[in-house]
Ligand binder design. Sequence first.
Ligand SMILES: Cc1ncc(COP(=O)(O)O)c(C=O)c1O
Length: 396
Amino acid sequence: MSQNTDFLPFARPQLGIEEEEAVLRIMRSGWLTTGSETLAFEKEFAEFVGAKTALAVNSATSGLHLALEAVGVKPGDTVITSPYTFASSAAVVRHLGAEVLFCDTAQDSYNIDPVALERVLKKSGKVRAIVVVHIGGLPCDMDAILTLARMYGCAVVEDAAHAFPSLTDKGYAGTLGDIGVYSFYATKTITTGEGGMIVSNNPALLERMARMRMHGIDRQVWDRYTSKKASWVYSVVEAGYKYNLPDILSAIGRVQLAKAKRFLEERTAIAKRYDQSFSSIPCLQLPPRGKGHAWHLYALRVHPSATGMNRDQLVESLSAQGIGSSVHFIPLHTMPYWATRYTLKPSDFPNALNMFERSISLPIWHGMTESQVTRVIGAVNALASKAASGTAARHS
Ligand SMILES: Cc1ncc(COP(=O)(O)O)c(C=O)c1O
C-alpha cells in the first residue's frame, strides 16, 4: 500500500485572493499604519460579537496587558487564572508587578473550575481580577464565574484567544465579562498573522485601554493627520504602550471576519467527523463539549483507563506518518518560572495535570479536505487498534 508522505500540518491559515487584494489596496493607499481600515475592522468586529466597542491590538498578549492595567491591577495585587493556559494569560499579571494565584481546572475539563475558584477566593482575601480562558474555544461557565466575581468584587477578563466565534446563550464568549481579548495569531480561527482585538461595554475601561494602547497620548494617531487640529499637537498623559494594529493587518482581518461563520461551519464538521470516528474506541475520550464551541482546537484525550497506549505515543505515531499535532497546554505551574516563584509541585493542580498528560490536539482547520481528515482518523485508529490488540494479547 502506498503511504501518503505529504506533511499534514496541525494548523494552516486560509488566506485567499481577497486577503491579497486587501493588502495591496492598503499598500497602494499611502497609509500603512493604524488608520481608517483599522477603525472599520474594529467597528465590524464589535458588531459581529455585539459589543459596544472593539480596540484592535498587535496581539492578544498586548490586549490582556491593557485589560489588566485598565481594571487597576498594580504591584501587590493578586490575579487568579488557571494553570491550563498559554504563557501570556499569567505573564501579563507579572508585567504589572502583581502576583498570580493559580486555580485548578474542573475535573475532565480544560477550563477553570468555579467550585475551586470559590475556594481560592474565600481563602485569598482581596483579588483584583480573574482571567478566565476559554480553552480550545469552549466557553467557561461564565454564569458561575460572574456570580463569584460580583460576590468577591473582582473584575473578569476573558482570555478569548481561542474563542472566536463562540456563541453562548448569553452572547459571544469575550463579551460576557468586563473585558474580552481575542487573538488573531497565525493558527487562530481568524488570523492577521499577529494581532488581537479587545472588546468591552464599559466606556471608562475602553477609554483607558485606547489611550494606553497608543503611548498614553490623548488623541488617536490617525486623528492627528485628519482632524483640523494641527497634527503636531498632542499631549502624553500616561506612560503608555505601543500596541496598535496596522492597517495592512486590519485589511486581512476584515476579509477573514467576513468568512468567520463559514470557517466555523467547516471546523464544526471536522469535529463531528472526529467525534463519530473516535466515540466507540475504548482507549480514547472525546474532547469536553458544551454550547458554542469555536473548535479552535480538537483536543482528543487518551482514556484514563487506557492501557497499552499513551499521549506521547500518539503524538510520535502521527508525526511518523507526517501528521502534525500539538499539546495544549503544558500547565504553567510545571514551568520553571512559575514553579520556582510560587514553590509549586505538578500535583498541586491535579486536574490540569491529568488533562495535560492525556491530551493531543489534532489538525482542525477550515480548508482541510475530507481525505486529510480521513487520513488523521486512520492514523489515530491504527494506533488505537494496535494498542488494543497488544493489551488483548497480554491479557490472553
Ligand atoms: C490561551 C491563550 N491566551 C493568549 C494567547 C496570546 O495570543 P497572542 O499570540 O495573540 O499574543 C494565546 C496564544 O496562543 C493563547 O493560546
